[in-house]
Design a protein around this ligand. Structure first.
Ligand code: DGT
Ligand code: CA
Ligand code: ZN
Length: 578
């Protein structure tokens, strides 16, 4: 936590020095130190001065700055630099791809120091008049601004949830707090979050508000009143705390969980029944209150069963609830294994034993080790020999394990022409082959679809990994024709992945729901590169729940013998494409 903040401060120092045209060696030293802090496996708060000084690139001067930040939440040197550099220039540098040198050029020639003015200048083609800025740079800047605008508003749930949980935990400890819960899009597990909504009941609201605004992660208080307090966290996330009466906690939770669209439909339903529903309760036309203490009670008063928050998007859930057709959603406890994991053989950080240990700790019955194939050289992709070596290690490991199974696998690259990056001879030796696209994501829809269909047509591929290739926030889903993919996946019994990695969540909720409607089986896997990332499973399960999936739609809910059975009994794939 602290490490990331300090690293960010050091990077800002480097940026500001660069704008000032400072010594490049000095600038590089700050950036290197920032990198070192980000990579540290321990918090600097737990480390002694000696330990910090023993790190490469951390000298006395940096140590002082780190400690100062720890104590005061800021660095004097950084504050001083901020005063020196024209205000707004750092704002320009928040545009992805716009470095300090360019920011300075633009400021010196055009006097621009805010993003809106920058966008206008870029659109009018004025930027390219600045010496050193070409048309291409101008285009990149415009693209960067688009990205910035999107990230400013929404961020991946995987980044937000841990912060919110930390805050929730702290608030629950405050004396006199009776209820405290997350609401809003976060409770619905939406894939991106604009701001965090928290609801609470407290005997002493003032005490709770004081505790909230003085949390160490809080940077700024936007508004503070008895009903609602809004703060901005150090990393720019907004959190709203609402304090409500205990007897209307249920209706407040229902109201502030949303979605707005769901609530509107619910109010319409209430009206038809001659009822009124708002954040304080459910009322008859004569004013009698018939619900509001609990959320279940709110739905019950409207004649409905409880609707899980993940379904509250006005995608047919109210109709389904009225007809008793709500699905029994998959839950995290149903998950019995993780089938997409990278190890030190490629770009993962952990050894096989460590991954197995973590999987057992999570109560799993199996995992698949699926490192990259050779073409992905930057990710340390494996060639045939290394794969055979890994298979031998997995065999030996399995001999030692009782009731737990490690499947040998690979995440084989689907190349630009649709061929797989490993010979069939090698693929045939593996238990579980994932095929994924990592390059050529900008190809035409026809070619992308052909590539995936070819992979599905292979006798060895059991799952297509992250089928649309999106990476939030800056890479959208590629243009593959998913309907065709679902048809072929269903026909051949090839699974599609719900990749739980927070930047991916791919397939997403609506796509996964469509896939299941086509009879496709899904696998929720984490793509973990570190054993802790196996904890991302919950984000994948959330996508599945938002996709209305039941346990039986997801293959890694199978027990080990059942899953082994699925591995053995593959529907014969008859490729349409030769
Ligand atoms: P976000 O913050 O954009 O990720 O998504 P939400 O759903 O958390 O939206 P937010 O924070 O603006 O509002 C939280 C909940 O409060 C929302 O889901 C439903 C409720 N709400 C807010 N404004 C309205 C409104 O104008 N009408 C209704 N019916 N509900 C609202
Ligand atoms: Ca919200
Ligand atoms: Zn991948």
């Amino acid at each position: 936590m602290k490490n990331r903040e300090i690293a960010k401060a050091l990077n800002t120092i480097a940026d500001l020095l660069e704008i000032r045209g400072d010594n490049p060696f000095r600038i590089r030293a700050y950036r290197r130190a920032a990198q070192i802090l980000e990579d540290l496996q321990r918090s600097v708060e737990e480390m002694s001065d000696q330990e910090l000084l023993s790190l490469p690139g951390i000298g006395k001067d940096l140590l002082t700055k780190i400690r100062q930040y720890q104590r005061e939440g800021k660095m004097e040197f950084l504050e001083q630099l901020k005063r020196e550099v024209p205000e707004g220039l750092t704002e320009l540098m928040a545009v992805p791809g716009l470095g300090p040198a360019t920011a300075r050029l633009i400021y010196e020639h055009l006097g621009i120091r805010d993003v809106d003015a920058l966008e206008r200048a870029a659109m009018e083609g004025v930027l390219r008049g600045v010496p050193g800025i070409r048309e291409k740079t101008e285009k990149n800047i415009l693209k960067g601004i688009q990205i910035l605008k999107r990230t400013r508003v929404r961020r991946p749930i995987g980044m937000v949830m841990p912060l919110a949980e930390e805050i929730l935990e702290a608030l629950r400890e405050v004396k006199g707090v009776k209820r405290c819960a997350i609401a809003g899009s976060l409770r619905r597990w939406k894939e991106t979050i604009k701001d965090v909504d928290i609801l609470a009941c407290a005997e002493d609201p003032q005490r709770l508000i004081r505790a909230f605004v003085s949390l160490p992660s809080v940077e700024r208080v936007l508004v503070s009143g008895p009903a609602k307090t809004s703060v901005i966290l150090r990393d720019a996330l907004q959190v709203d705390l609402r304090i409500v009466q205990e007897d209307s906690f249920g209706s407040a939770l229902q109201y502030f969980t949303g979605s707005k669209e769901h609530n509107i439909r619910l109010r319409e339903l209430a009206q038809r029944k001659g009822l009124k529903v708002n954040e304080y309760g459910v009322y008859r036309s004569d004013g009698t209150r018939i619900g509001g203490e609990t959320e279940e009670g709110v739905y019950q008063a409207l004649g409905l069963p409880f609707i899980p928050p993940e379904l509250r998007e006005d995608r047919g859930e109210i109709e389904a609830a009225m007809d008793g057709r709500l699905p029994e959603l998959i839950s995290i406890e149903d998950i019995r294994g993780d089938l997409h994991i990278h190890s030190i053989y490629s770009d993962g950080r952990n050894r096989l034993e460590e991954l197995v240990e973590e999987a057992m700790r999570r109560g799993y019955q199996y995992i698949a080790i699926t490192d990259h194939s050779r073409r992905l050289a930057i990710a340390g992709g494996l060639d045939e020999d290394r794969i055979l070596e890994q298979i031998r290690e997995i065999d030996a490991l399995n001999k030692k394990l009782n009731g737990f199974r490690v499947f040998s696998g690979v995440e084989v690259d689907i190349m630009n022409d649709g061929r797989l990056d490993l010979p069939e001879e090698t693929l045939s030796r593996l238990d579980f082959v994932i095929a994924s696209i990592h390059s050529g994501l900008k190809q035409s829809s026809e070619i992308l679809t052909m590539r995936i269909l070819k992979a599905i047509g292979s006798s060895y591929v059991r799952m297509i990994g992250h089928p649309t290739g999106r990476l939030m926030p800056d890479r959208d889903a590629c243009e593959v024709d998913l309907e065709t993919v679902y048809r072929e996946a269903s026909r051949t019994g090839t699974a599609l992945e719900i990749n739980a990695f927070p930047m991916r969540l791919d397939l997403n909720d609506t796509a996964a729901r469509r896939a299941a409607e086509h009879g496709v089986k899904l696998i929720i896997s984490t793509d973990a590169h570190l054993k802790d990332q196996m904890g991302y499973m919950r984000y994948g399960v959330a996508v599945a729940r938002r996709a209305w999936l039941r346990k039986e739609d997801v293959l890694n809910t199978l027990t080990l013998p059942e899953f082994q059975n699925w591995l053995r009994n593959r529907k014969a794939p008859h490729s349409l494409i030769s």
